[in-house]
Structure formats: C-alpha cells, structure tokens
Design a protein around this ligand. Structure first.
Ligand code: NAP
Length: 324
C-alpha cells in the first residue's frame, strides 16, 4: 500500500474548500458541480487553459450541439458557465503540488493555495517519437498540432505519423492546406473511427504509407524529409516533406504529483472507485486517469463525479471535526 507521510500544516496561504487543477472539460465540469454543490472552489487553469479541445477543430460528438462546434468555442462556453456560477479561475500554471500535507497545498509561482480536497484534472499531452532529430526540429517543421501550425505548410507536402483519430483528423484538416499528406502508420489498419477513415480515404491528396515507422527526421535548418523503415521488409526509404505532424497518442500530465500518489503501470493516476485516488481527499478526473475513453464528454462526466465525491468527502470531514 502507498505510504502517506504527513507534514505539519503550513503558514499563510489562500484557503479554499476544493482546488481543481486543470481546465479541460474535466476541470471545468468539476468546477461547475463543486460550486453548485455549495463549495468554495478554485480552478488552477494553466497558462494554456482549455485543454486538448483548444487544439481541435470541429467537435461533432459532444451532445447538445446538433451542428459541429469548434473545440475552442466549446471550451469558452464551459468556462463562461463555470465563471457565471462563481468558480474562481487562475490562468497560471500550478508550479508545485503537495499532497503529503493537510490541508493539501498547490503553489502557483509564489502564491500558495490550500484546500481540504483536490481534484487532479491536468489531462494529457502529445506523445513524442523519442528521436533525437525530433528534438532538433521541434518548431522547425515538427509539430504536434495541425490546427495550431498547419497554416505554415500551405501548398507543401507533409507527413502525419499515427493511425488514430487525431492522425486521421489532422490528415483531413491538412488535406485542405497542404499539397500532399502522407499518413505513416506502423500497422496496415487504422485505429480511427470508421467515419473518419472513410473521409480520409476519399481525399485524393491523402496517401497512406502502411507498416512503416519514422526512424529519422531529416533537414538542415528546417525539416526537408523523413527516413522511413518498412517494418515487414526492413527497407529504408526517404520521403521528401516540409513538415511532420506527430499524432501518436498522449501521455498523462502527472509530473507534479509523481512520487506522492499511486500511478498505474502506464503512468496514469490510479483510481480507487470512480474518482478516488490512493490519497483520501484527492480525486482525479479526465485524461490524467483515463487511457481508455479519452473523450470530452467522458472527461466532463468524470469531472462531475469527482466534484460530487469531493463534496461528500468534505461533508464527512466536517462531521468528523464536529465530533472531535
Ligand atoms: P490513439 O487513439 O492512442 O492513437 C495513437 C496512434 O498512434 C495509434 O494508431 C498507434 O498505433 C500510433 N502510435 C502509438 N505510439 C506510436 C509510436 N511510438 N510510433 C508510431 N506510432 C505510434 O491516440 P489519438 O489518435 O491521439 O486519440 C486519443 C483519443 O482521443 C482517442 O480516444 C480518440 O478516439 C480521441 N479523439 C477523438 C476525436 C474525435 O472524436 N473527433 C479526435 C481526436 C481524438 P497503433 O494503432 O498500432 O496502436
């Protein structure tokens, strides 16, 4: 079992009942439910607030929107809803989290926030290929977000690495901007939803390179190609492209809590029950604890559950304190 070491309570700090870290669908929904449940809750939103939906185009699977809605617009509305209901939102990154003390502490630069309950909703970030040449050409032709950087590759040839929804969505998006889009996938079947696959297969300028992996990103000052290895034949070829979009999934953003809280083998927050963690009073919601569903609507749902669980925990804590 995970060992919890308690340290003495700290000095001056801004106190709230619930601190929510993260402002994607999970964090904002947790905020909405927390304040509607009568708690004093703040959200540490991060400088890049809004989560992964800020990097997407049209969302057509979030219920309530019969017509597609842009990801950033959906997040703007969720945030406005949370703020209208009274959630305080801090648009800065959490720089430190201490879950081994009570109340829990969250540092944002030199300001310390403390609370009896914390909801971890920091989400996940793009996974990297792990190539030295990838590091060298980051921002010089290597990108993790077609919506953010796509326009830099107007009329050029680009490669997209991956075979999931993100890769296929980015391929479709880039097919309207670039001349040719090469999707390089390590297998001969896409993982993406059937509807997206059909859309991509019907585009003349999207070409698929199957059973292949990128072994090196080539270039001088900027990317000018990729070296690809066919996994079946081991043959290596060079493909001339001006940009490479790496869309191979995500890794959970747990660096601030690693070593304090139990994680799964894959590095996600380990859940006990629906949103509980190895530390009582600390809850997790959204992609930081979910490697299976990872949808805006499931993240929002788990944010609601985490807030309801946190409210119940706070009630129990109040009862215990009254009894003492
Ligand atoms: P994902 O579903 O995990 O797919 C990652 C893809 O990258 C897979 O095809 C995987 O190959 C490949 N891959 C993983 N590691 C690799 C490596 N080291 N080298 C080469 N290829 C590698 O990730 P995602 O596409 O980012 O999607 C994440 C979640 O968001 C999913 O649940 C997805 O449904 C959701 N999403 C939904 C939408 C939408 O509904 N519009 C849009 C975007 C994302 P294998 O297939 O061989 O494993």
């Amino acid at each position: 079992m995970f060992k919890i070491e308690l340290k003495p309570e700290s000095g001056s700090a801004e106190k709230h009942e619930i601190i929510i870290i993260g402002s994607g669908p999970a964090g904002l929904t947790a905020g909405i439910y927390a304040v509607r449940g009568g708690a004093d809750a703040i959200i540490i939103a991060g400088y890049a607030s809004g989560g992964q939906l800020m990097l997407t185009t049209e969302v057509e699977n979030y219920p309530g929107f019969p017509e597609p809605i842009l990801g950033p617009e959906l997040m703007k509305r969720m945030r406005a809803q949370a703020e209208r209901l009274g959630v305080k939102i801090i648009d800065k990154d959490a720089t430190g989290i201490n879950l081994l003390t009570r109340p829990f502490e969250v540092n944002v630069e030199d300001i310390k926030y403390v609370a009896d309950a914390v909801i971890l909703a920091m989400g996940a970030s793009a996974r990297e290929l792990g190539l030295p040449s990838e590091q060298k050409f980051k921002g010089k032709g290597v990108s993790y977000c077609a919506v953010c950087d796509g326009m830099f590759f107007k009329g050029t040839d680009v490669a997209i690495v991956g075979g999931g929804d993100t890769a296929v969505e980015d391929a479709i998006y880039m097919s309207n901007i670039a001349r040719n889009v090469y999707v390089i996938h390590r297998r001969d079947k896409l993982r993406a939803q059937a509807v997206m696959q059909r859309r991509a297969f019907s585009r003349q300028n999207i070409k698929f390179i199957w059973n292949s992996e990128v072994v090196e990103i080539l270039g001088d000052k900027k990317v000018n190609g990729v070296k690809i290895r066919n996994k079946l034949t081991n043959e290596e070829t060079t493909l001339n492209v001006d940009g490479v979009f790496v869309d191979i999934g995500h890794v959970p953003n747990t660096s601030l809590v690693k070593g304090q809280i139990e994680l799964t083998d894959a590095g996600y927050i380990k859940l006990y029950g629906e949103t509980g963690t190895s530390i009582r009073g600390v809850f997790a919601a959204g992609d930081i604890a979910d490697h299976v569903y990872r949808q805006a609507v499931t993240a929002a749902g788990s944010g609601a559950k985490a807030a309801l669980d946190a409210l119940r925990y706070l009630d129990e804590l109040k009862e215990q304190r009254n009894e003492q």
